[in-house]
Ligand binder design. Sequence first.
Ligand code: TXA
Ligand code: MG
Length: 321
Amino acid sequence: MMKTRTLATDAAGIAEAAALIADGQMVAVPTETVYGLAGDARDGTAVARIFEAKGRPSFNPLIVHVPDLETARRYAVWSDAAETVARAFWPGPLTLVLPLRAGCGLSPLVTAGQDSVALRVPAHAAAQALLRASGAPLAAPSANPSGRISPTRPEHVRAGLDGRIAAILDGGACGVGVESTILGLTDTPILLRPGGLPAEIIEEALGAPLPGYQPGSAITAPGQLASHYAPKATMRLGAEAPKPGEVLLGFGGTPGAALDLSLSGDLLEAAANLFDHLHRLDTGGATVIAVAPVPETGLGRAINDRLRRAAAPRQSVPPKT
Ligand code: TXA
Ligand code: MG
């Protein structure tokens, strides 16, 4: 456990928060929708810490927050529809899911190994100040423990995450109070999550109806519906040693491993390396990737969840209509 500090949103507090982010720590930051739990989206260990602090049993992709449209262009492949809605509604409570720009420097853990990225430009002054002071793209899910409701006040964040995060920037109550609307733009525009920006207003800007919206529908986790990262290679889990024709992904210094998730058996490091190592072995031409056992504790549960999904036969989940 660490001491979770409360920081004011003045210049000193923002500078302190930016220093913590640069050090790979997590800071809860107010946005106009809900409080986010922010860490440097380029730093795999920082992103792994976010999953650990929230106690998420699986790696959902996280929203990457940037200060403006120009910065957003670095991380995604842009389209006319994206340009239209970004110009109309950013900064604001709208998240765009776009094709990930290759080699853009985001940790693969942020996108859960997928080739799309969720981007948002928040309007809140403190979030803007932190983004500009840190100069980092900030991965930030809602700052609540997994399975609990999103926090709209600093007291909610402390009640859920006290002792697990470095600091809370105290920006008082969030104005919007519900999460951002998520618009999928990797293909035909689709509403992935209703939220702070009404779908009707987006439809007006796009000049087309937006499938996906069901009045009164519960907020879902769209990342869960998207097809999960699966390597081309076959996977064998719980492998103690490689069989002929297999490459071994080790954990904790497994003998004979081609790559090791963490030589010291550190789950945080293993989570940070997971998708990168799978990609490297897969593009290296492995036909079978054997994976050493990873303990089913803490972040190990999320790592094993993703390994099992990656090992399962590929199945496509139809989008919700
Ligand atoms: O208002 C908000 O959006 C807040 C503030 C902090 O920005 N953030 C937030 O994050 O609600 P979170 O992690 O609680 O919800 C993000 C949702 C998840 O359901 C996730 O599955 C989805 O966004 N998501 C993220 N990246 C995605 C992607 N590449 N494709 C599809 N869904 C994605
Ligand atoms: Mg959430």
